[in-house]
Design a binder for this molecule. Structure first.
Ligand SMILES: C[C@H](CCC[C@H](C)C(=O)SCCNC(=O)CCNC(=O)[C@H](O)C(C)(C)COP(=O)(O)OP(=O)(O)OC[C@H]1O[C@@H](n2cnc3c(N)ncnc32)[C@H](O)[C@@H]1OP(=O)(O)O)[C@H]1CC[C@H]2[C@@H]3[C@H](O)C[C@@H]4C[C@H](O)CC[C@]4(C)[C@H]3C[C@H](O)[C@]12C
Length: 382
């Protein structure tokens, strides 16, 4: 796999950093997640392929253990607010001095500088600060955050993974590590660059929810079907819009022009009435295989069984029978091979990892008895 042989130390975080760690693990990296001690259950729902070491960083011996792990690793991924790692004596200065090849990835909401750098926050806050949240929401409704997708994951974990891969690539030439300052505000905004750079095209001239791509246009929206499900319509170009009108059984001559914005309300009313006359399955049979850009809105537990997704194997089932998306993108020669066995128990691999990283058995026993580390191999076998 593309990241085979790459060693990652992921400090346990909430959602963005675990996603970044899962991406690296899916594509072949060895990801060791450092959990807190005295924690019964990891909140990492993206732990696929990771190992877990439970380590108390509030102890000097714990800090020394982490330093030794980072000395023999390629990446350290930390999910804390600015200054936390420095307070622990684990800042970039210390770790890069000991391991100049280390890639030190810092995934935060606001970045390592600026007045908000030490403030708590979550996806919605970062999305708000990026400028994008102001564009999200239907006309006459307040802005709403699309789950915690844009800042936590697209602009956070995924963007940080990109930074790590770029730094790995550069290190091949320079032999040097570096610090990655991954701010979710900036990552989200960067993902949304099109919104800034397409304003000259007049795509966003109208208030929120009245533009073509923000639910203003009737040919770019969702519609309820007679069985209470929905269809998604994305018939932007005239030639695709013609297929939409045909599939709906409407007469184009009797309708207002597609781009007559003042008639969009009437056009939406017409589409709403027509879509309500058939079930989602009936509309899918009408539109499948056409260029009308009309697709069923699939719930999570149906996406994997849709014929198209099933044919591609777009979703996988792990050893516990849990369905989730397969890694993307698909590389032809070195594709990801996600681990399908169960997620690690907190501290499951402490003893084995420390042994592999050069800690002698007596030292490991001393660390265990001092509570600096915890090992839960037995619990993992239950
Ligand atoms: C996980 C579910 C989904 C959450 C998504 C949500 C929408 C997000 O946006 S997540 C993104 C959050 N932001 C960032 O990640 C940006 C960078 N990080 C930060 O800004 C901060 O970390 C912070 C604001 C997120 C948290 O601040 P906090 O003060 O808590 O921590 P820090 O300042 O970073 O300092 C860390 C301290 O910890 C010490 N540390 C770290 N590791 C160790 C170690 N190994 N040993 C010892 N000590 C360690 C470190 O030294 C620091 O100490 P100091 O402070 O002294 O310096 C979640 C959605 C719902 C959640 C559940 C729900 O809330 C109910 C339960 C609540 C309960 O409290 C917890 C369990 C819940 C089930 C909870 C679980 C999950 O969170 C959710 C499911």
């Amino acid at each position: 796999m593309a990241l085979a042989g790459v060693r990652v130390i992921e400090l346990a975080g909430l959602a963005p950093a675990p996603f970044c760690g899962m991406i690296l693990s899916d594509f072949g990296a060895r990801v060791i997640r450092v959990d807190r001690t005295k924690v019964t259950m990891a909140m990492d729902a993206q732990a696929r392929g990771k190992q877990s070491v439970a380590l108390n960083l509030k102890s000097p011996q714990g800090v020394a253990v982490l330093k030794k792990l980072c000395l023999q690793s390629d990446i350290v991924l930390e999910p804390f607010r600015k200054g936390v790692m420095e307070k622990l004596g684990l800042g970039p200065e210390e770790l890069l001095k000991e391991n100049p090849r280390l890639i030190y990835a810092r995934l935060t909401g606001y970045g390592q500088s600026g007045s908000y750098a030490k403030s708590a926050g979550h996806d919605i806050n970062y999305l708000a600060m990026s400028g994008l949240l102001s564009m999200l929401g239907r006309s006459s409704e307040k802005p709403y955050a699309p789950l915690n997708l844009v800042a936590d994951f697209a602009g956070g974990g995924l963007m940080c993974a990109l930074g790590i891969v770029l730094a790995l690539l550069e290190r091949n030439e320079s032999g040097q590590g570096q610090i990655i300052d991954a701010s979710m505000v900036e990552g989200a905004a960067y993902v949304g660059s099109f919104m800034w750079k397409s304003r000259s095209l007049g795509l966003w001239n109208r208030p929120r929810g009245e533009n073509m791509l923000d639910s203003g246009a009737p040919f770019y929206d969702t519609y309820q079907t007679s069985d209470g499900k929905h269809m998604a319509v994305g018939a932007i170009e005239p030639q695709f819009y013609d297929h939409l009108i045909k599939g709906l059984g409407l007469d184009a001559a009797s309708l207002p022009a597609q781009m007559s914005i003042s008639d969009w309300t009437e056009l939406r009313r017409t589409f709403t009435q027509v879509f309500a006359q058939k079930t989602q399955a009936e509309w899918s049979r009408i539109f499948d295989g056409t260029d009308a850009c009309v697709t069923p809105v699939l719930p999570l537990d149906e996406a994997g069984s849709h014929p198209h997704n099933r044919e591609r194997g777009s979703f996988l089932k792990d050893a516990q029978g849990e369905v989730s998306p397969r890694p993307a993108p698909v590389l032809s020669r070195t594709p990801a091979r996600p681990c399908l066995s169960r997620d690690p128990v907190v501290g499951e691999h402490t003893r084995s990892v420390l042994g592999e990283y050069g800690f002698d058995p007596d030292h490991i026993e001393q660390l265990l008895s001092a509570g600096v580390v915890e090992c839960n191999e037995a619990k993992a076998r239950l």
